[in-house]
Design a protein around this ligand. Sequence first.
Ligand code: FES
Length: 123
Amino acid sequence: SSSSKVLVHFVNQSGVKSSVYVSEGDSLLDVVIKKNLDISGFGACEGTLACSTCHLIFEEKVFEKLEPVVDEEVDMLDLAYGLTRTSRLGCQVTVQRWMDGMTVRVPHEIKDLRGNLDAVNSK
Ligand code: FES
């Protein structure tokens, strides 16, 4: 039921907010795909830590409570555009109950480190 869902607000590149109820245990990349959120180019590598297009900016209070970042994620984040102190990769962050009501923001620019989105878009 929806009472077991977690409310997450996404603010896309254009500043448009989408509020969705999502399942615990899904990554934020899963959420964007399942809810069909309008975030262009998001999740190009499908969560394999090879792009950084899933870059999301978290609220300070949420960021501090996230699971620790692994080296591979740090490497990708280093290459992301618009990196902030509270940036993480959405495919590496799993929705948990305590996140209920959080807002995540998409940076204005994203960069696909593979340099070519065609392979993904033509699927
Ligand atoms: Fe590519 Fe997250 S989807 S690193």
